[in-house]
Design a protein around this ligand. Sequence first.
Ligand code: UD1
Ligand code: CA
Length: 456
Amino acid sequence: MTLKTLILAAGQGTRMRSARPKVLHEIAKRSLLQHVYDTSKLIVGNEISIIYGHGGALVKQTLSNLDVQWIEQKEQLGTGHAVLQADGLINNEDIVLILYGDVPLLSKQSIERLLADVSEQSLALLTVNLNDPTGYGRIVRDARGYVAKITEHKDATEQERLIKEVNTGILAVKGNKLKNWIARLDNSNAQKEFYLTDVIEMAVNEGITIKTTQPERPAEVLGVNNRKQLSYLERVYQLDQADKLMEVGVTLADPARIDCRGTFISLGQDISVDVNVIFEGNNCIGDNVSIGANTIINNSVIADNVQILANCVIDNAVVGAGSKVGPFARLRPQAELAEQVHIGNFVEIKKSTVAKGSKINHLSYIGDATIGSCVNIGAGTITCNYDGVNKFRTIIKDGAFIGSDTQLIAPVTVGKNATIGAGSTITKDTPDEQLSLSRAKQISIQGWQRPVKKEQ
Ligand code: UD1
Ligand code: CA
């Protein structure tokens, strides 16, 4: 017995009003289809197929890394027709799980509950009660409360439209049964479509019980049909992320103003996060880290006792223990700060290592540099690493002091404990321990007169 999951994703998604296929729209920087795939992957031994159609080439290309069978539905003739495309893949002994590529927040727990209800004698159906069931297929029950059939909104009678229990579309059933039923579907209905929902009545007629379960909360089974629903589910997802962070001991200034568009490889104790912080990619955050407002942290490692002040962008960087970054600092890829480094406002660091205890506190560009320990880099220092064609390294050894407004023309090395006078343009290596400077001598002109404005 194998579990085969079919993710229906062939629909066009007209109401998104987008050139992009609907299932490629994203929640937390992950496509809707990827969300559904990732959740179904959590069920061990699951073999997943995606039924694609509209914009299929782009969907396949974008998600080419997925471990799935791609099955094309050339014409979208309905959900039953979509499932029929996978008929050749389904064996009698299989359990088939039907999911939707535009229902991104379904939980693993709901899938597991559904699967527990499938047997030779029963079909498992996920339903939900909605205050406004407009548009959905209604769950019609008999006098004893057993599910008798599903009626699509467009085909429903006035009486049936009052029913608030609706079909989520998500179901699980034995392969032999499903194969038999989908072969017999017709499209004699309001939408001239082959409805998958018609299998429910077929099942009942064969004495199969329809076992219904409901998700923990309705948002799990909400689909995305337009941008408004997309943004709503994004917020639901983000509030969940915030809850998870708080559960593991992170303080959030406002759980409604944080976005996690990736994962945390590790999270330390007593982290505090101010408002409007965005986490992307895979991050590691240590103990006692505080993160200021309006900061973006992407694929980075932030060690223990780090203070990130407001308005920083930290991208593929490493911040060592006890360091202080910002406000308004930008750490670009391969910026690696050791312990107790201070990076202040309007400092940009790229592909550079900064050793323990060094300070770059104001208005500097440090690129392709190796900076030793206890170095002090004055305001307005620039490593001139690029000649328009090639990049070159700057090496600044331990204990060096770089005066403000210095340009270091790479390749160049500043010696250990060397001092560079402010306003210098350093083109040659400078010796250890000495003062180096390159500056025109200051002169003053006695008796000099300011020019006066000429008569017109
Ligand atoms: C379907 C259900 C309805 C349920 C609702 C829940 C049927 C007949 N109706 O209605 O009972 O309440 O979902 O949202 O099943 N798709 C294909 N190929 C097709 C048609 C659809 O792959 O030919 C895919 C779509 O991409 C989508 C899903 O199936 O992911 C549902 O299709 P949609 O047209 O939205 O179905 P509804 O009419 O909303
Ligand atoms: Ca729908």
